[in-house]
Design a protein around this ligand. Structure first.
Ligand SMILES: NC(=O)c1ccc[n+]([C@@H]2O[C@H](COP(=O)([O-])OP(=O)(O)OC[C@H]3O[C@@H](n4cnc5c(N)ncnc54)[C@H](OP(=O)(O)O)[C@@H]3O)[C@@H](O)[C@H]2O)c1
Length: 273
């Protein structure tokens, strides 16, 4: 009876994790969401009754400690798999390049600090809150969802100059994952920073973040063209959330303590597309 906690499970890839994991009735599946009520309604519509929802905000350490306590009651005091999936992105600045911030210093500062709060410190809060449960498991796998954008080699090869905040904070996150691995390898806890590929999760995003202005369309076009140039064999079609989670799960299942701290793609290597 493996147990899973998915953090940031309200929509997109996080919700897809809940959907897939709950299809095996022997799994104990727990989703953390900032607003569980909305997710509960969606689960009911999808006729999924074996997912436990707990309130949890990655920027609120007290909520995570309380969530871990509640999760422990559902699992009998241990946790096999922790998947930290949630992310905060400010679409007001996501498509800006470094020099676009000239004259927009306040926007840069606010966005960077918000991103650090959720996407970096929030992940550390989350891992530390659930660590006592993971320590009691015999499986002990902690996965943090990263992005290929955080790979410096890809950044150097590409001409994509936007996603400055998102990419740099996720890159820092990859180092944090390696630091956890360095500290806890001796306890047999397996850490992974995992990129899910390019995935179309737009159907679930708030409308204002997916409405593409000509400016954003141009940036996305540049990204797709550049990915295709770097990876000529790529089909240039985003993955579905279903396929991405299937592939991510395959990579997590293959993780061993020898590979702890790795930063891998959904292919289990450094092919980010
Ligand atoms: N989609 C892609 O192509 C892609 C590519 C590379 C990497 N990734 C990574 O994959 C993960 C999922 O991506 P996605 O496309 O599914 O993202 P998404 O659709 O934007 O969903 C983000 C999730 O994070 C949650 N979240 C935001 N702030 C939170 C907080 N403070 N505490 C807890 N949860 C919070 C959101 O919950 P609310 O509903 O409460 O806002 C939502 O469930 C992210 O880590 C992302 O960086 C995605």
């Amino acid at each position: 009876m493996p147990s899973y906690v998915v953090v940031g499970a309200s929509r997109g890839l996080g919700y897809e994790w809940l959907r897939q994991l709950s299809s095996d009735p022997t799994n104990t599946v727990i989703g953390l969401a900032r607003t569980p009520k909305n997710v509960q309604e969606r689960l009911a519509t999808d006729k999924i009754s074996n997912v436990h929802l707990i309130q949890g905000d990655m920027s609120d350490n007290a909520s995570l400690i309380a969530a871990a306590e509640e999760a422990g009651k559902l699992t009998g005091g241990s946790l096999d798999y922790l998947i930290v999936n949630g992310v905060s992105v400010n679409y007001e600045e996501h498509f800006l390049s470094p020099t676009d911030y000239i004259g927009k210093e306040d926007l840069l500062t606010t966005s960077m600090l918000d991103s650090v709060k959720v996407n970096l410190i929030g992940v550390i809060f989350t891992i530390n809150a659930f660590l006592p449960l993971v320590r009691k498991s015999s499986i002990k796998k902690i996965t943090v969802i990263s992005t290929g954008f955080a790979d410096r080699d890809l950044a150097e090869k590409s001409t994509i100059s936007f996603a400055v905040t998102y990419s740099s904070i996720k890159a820092a996150l990859n180092v944090v994952v390696a630091k956890y691995a360095a500290e806890l390898k001796g306890e047999g806890i397996i850490f992974l920073a995992l990129s899910p590929g390019v995935v179309d999760t737009s159907a679930d995003k708030p409308k204002q973040s997916t409405e593409m202005s000509p400016y954003v369309k141009e940036k996305v076009g540049i990204m797709m063209t550049d990915f295709k140039r770097i990876y000529p064999d790529w089909v240039a079609v985003p993955l579905t959330p279903t396929r991405s989670v299937e592939m991510q799960k395959g990579v997590i299942d293959e993780m061993t303590i020898e590979k702890t701290g790795a930063f891998l793609s959904h292919h289990g290597n450094k092919n980010w597309l």
